[in-house]
Write a protein that binds this ligand. Structure first.
Ligand SMILES: [Zn+2]
Length: 220
């Protein structure tokens, strides 16, 4: 009977896979499309001094589709498979056994209002359900409407991010922080956020992103 009800509910709430259009039952993408996404080697993507940035996958094919879907096409439920891919990768790292507080990359408020949500916060909420880590989306603010980094040269990137973030120190719980973002190419943005934390006396050693482009020119 329970099985019958479950099947009935699956049928009522069934969804088409965002990628291939086939039946995905109650998930936003089907199991085949999810399994096609390659997970990176269990090593860091970038290391900037003692700051380690981990990336779950490569920003191509299905991975690119779901990240873009979440970010630009209001497909909020895609945060769930993205977080699940990140978790498949993350759980194989030694550091995953530690307890963290997740800090999603903040968006400039005006941009967040235009989009209606911060996609990284949605990923952070789903990632939190899988790991048990708490989410702190109040501690970091973006106070400057920066240009998208991929358009800029290395020097312009640094200038663009200058004074971009602000830390609300009263929101610090003392927990070890894990910065989270959807994509990272050079790691400059995450590194700038990490440095802003350091200026407030808060050390950050780790970041996790959903994907990294193969090269900077393959971003779009
Ligand atoms: Zn599919």
């Amino acid at each position: 009977m329970i099985n019958f009800i479950k099947q009935l509910l699956d049928w009522i709430y069934r969804k088409k896979c965002y990628i291939c259009g086939k039946d995905a039952f109650s998930e936003p993408i089907c199991i085949n499309c999810l399994e096609e996404i390659e997970i990176n080697q269990y090593n860091y993507h970038k290391k900037i001094h003692s700051f380690e940035i981990y990336s779950a996958g490569i920003y191509t094919a299905n991975m690119r589709k779901i990240i873009k879907g979440l970010k630009y096409h209001r497909k909020k439920d895609l945060a769930k498979p993205i977080a699940s891919i990140m978790h498949s990768y993350w759980k194989n790292l030694n550091i995953s056994s530690e307890d963290f507080e997740i800090v999603p990359m903040p968006l400039y408020l005006k941009r967040e209002k235009e989009r209606g949500y911060n996609q990284t916060c949605l990923i952070a909420d789903e990632f939190s359900k899988l790991t048990g880590y708490t989410v702190n989306n109040k501690i970091a603010k973006r106070v400057k409407n920066t240009e998208p980094q991929y358009k800029l040269s290395k020097r312009e990137r640094i200038e663009n991010l200058k004074d971009a973030f602000k830390i609300v120190k009263t929101e610090y719980t003392g927990k070890k922080l894990l910065l989270l973002d959807d994509i990272s190419t050079t790691g400059t943005t995450l590194d700038e956020l990490k440095k802003t934390f350091e200026n407030e006396g808060i050390s950050v050693y780790y970041a996790l992103v959903a994907a990294n482009p193969v090269s900077e020119s393959s971003f779009h």
